[in-house]
Design a protein around this ligand. Structure first.
Ligand code: ZN
Length: 149
């Protein structure tokens, strides 16, 4: 239920995984195995043994809060800062990619105006410093400014 949160946690530099409809037991077990912090708005999940014992680190996230408030809440609660942007689709690292390697993929109007390209090392998605990127950067800056110092 926190898919939007996962996307924005990737945008502030964290490897967030999210799966629609995953079984509570599987989710807890996956967190135990990977050492990932479990984020959920599902109260009963916090009654599970592995969570209560602290073996799985978990954080309750208010479900109805606006997604950027959720991001600020999670970063503050876990004492994390804004790190380098990761792929918002999958959380992979972004690698600077030369202009001449993207001429087949990027739209002509983008190729004509944009110099900086990045490719996700995991899902291969291509990003460029366009208006969408600028909006993401502005949001990242706003998130960083709201964190407790
Ligand atoms: Zn990706």
């Amino acid at each position: 239920m926190l898919g939007g949160l996962a996307r924005w946690l990737r945008a502030v530099g964290y490897e967030a995984a999210w799966e629609h409809g995953i079984d509570d037991g599987d989710l807890v077990e996956r967190s135990r195995r990977t050492g990932a912090v479990l984020l959920s708005s599902d109260r009963p999940l916090f009654d599970r043994k592995l969570v209560r014992s602290g073996e799985v680190k978990a954080l309750f996230v208010p479900r109805h809060a606006p997604v950027l408030d959720q991001v600020v809440f999670v970063l503050d609660s876990l004492h994390l800062g804004v790190r380098e942007l990761r792929c918002m689709a999958c959380g992979g690292e972004l690698l600077a990619t030369p202009h001449d390697e993207v001429t087949e993929e990027a739209p002509p109007r983008v190729l004509a105006t944009c110099e900086d390209y990045f490719r996700c090392t995991s899902c291969r998605r291509l990003y460029w410093r366009g208006t969408h990127w600028a909006r993401i950067e502005a949001t990242r800056t706003s998130i960083a400014s709201r964190l407790v110092p």
